[in-house]
Design a protein around this ligand. Structure first.
Ligand SMILES: NC(=O)c1ccc[n+]([C@@H]2O[C@H](COP(=O)([O-])OP(=O)(O)OC[C@H]3O[C@@H](n4cnc5c(N)ncnc54)[C@H](O)[C@@H]3O)[C@@H](O)[C@H]2O)c1
Length: 245
């Protein structure tokens, strides 16, 4: 598998490179504004002169135009792991998926995706419980709340009868209303990623917590997603499809 890595010199880019080398996958180059390392690094899709079977993207939403140009230009699938896209960017990703296979997940971790799969059941069963989602990440993370926290929120919403009101942090006079879901983002140090979904009822609390102890889980997950995507028909895939096999 020949991989083109968008964001090749970022934290996740370096993690994917190390994981690919140990799994026998080949990195043929990447896109980044930082031009270091042993692989060719290009500044834009127009400059790319290498061939590859799949794109893996861990960068910033601003590179989406290049990712789309490369996927369409080469006719290859794309694993889009970057988070923080707005609505119009998300619409462009959905359009791209009509033409090539696209794998998109805010978390490439198996554990997070298993948590996601049980949340609709828990939310439906724990009627009347107050729900809060707390996430913690390193001090360099740009977007808040995290893409994974939003993904977990969507999973919770699937189990509810009525759309909740989402409250981002609290300050001042803001007594909790029934049907609210609080979203909270902690930023500090080198925290890789923690997500806790709290169901607080009368005299009992259930907490579902996932802790990423290293970035490797996301890197390996993205490589497995890339392998899964090669040869698939155009469409939008996520970890649920991967888990089904
Ligand atoms: N889906 C997942 O499982 C998962 C896991 C971890 C991180 N992420 C997401 O992946 C993204 C990258 O995370 P990171 O921690 O590696 O960040 P990072 O800042 O360490 O790396 C981002 C890289 O993208 C490059 N970049 C930024 N703007 C660019 C541009 N205009 N053109 C070319 N390159 C550009 C930067 O130079 C940098 O090397 C973030 O959106 C993060 O939320 C997703």
């Amino acid at each position: 598998m020949r991989i083109f890595l968008v964001g090749i010199n970022g934290k996740m880019g370096r993690t994917v490179t190390a994981a690919a080398e140990s799994m026998g996958a080949e990195i043929v180059g990447g896109l980044d504004v930082v031009k270091t390392g042993k692989y060719p690094v290009f500044g834009s899709a127009a400059e790319v002169d290498v061939d590859f079977d799949v794109i893996i993207d861990f960068s910033r939403p601003v590179t989406l135009g290049d990712v789309i140009a490369l996927a369409l230009g080469k006719g290859v699938p794309a694993v889009i792991a970057t988070t923080g896209y707005n609505e119009s960017e998300t619409a462009k990703i959905n359009e791209l998926a009509k033409k090539v296979p696209v794998f998109r997940s805010a978390s490439m971790s198996l554990g997070v995706n298993v948590v996601e799969s049980v949340l609709p059941t828990l939310a439906a069963a724990l009627r009347g419980f107050d729900i809060e989602i707390v996430e913690a990440h390193h001090n360099q993370k740009v977007d808040a709340p995290s893409g994974t926290a939003k993904q977990l929120l969507s999973a919770v919403e699937k189990g509810l009868d009525e759309a909740p009101e989402i409250v981002y942090g609290r300050e001042g006079s803001c007594k909790r209303k029934a049907g609210e879901i609080g979203m909270h983002a902690i930023r500090g140090g080198t925290i890789v990623g923690e997500h806790t979904v709290i169901f607080a009822g009368e005299d009992e609390i259930i907490e579902i917590k996932h802790t990423a102890l290293s970035r490797k889980i996301f890197g390996v997950g993205a490589l497995k997603a890339a392998e899964f995507l090669i040869g698939k028909p155009a469409g939008l895939y996520d970890m649920t499809d991967y888990l089904k096999g």
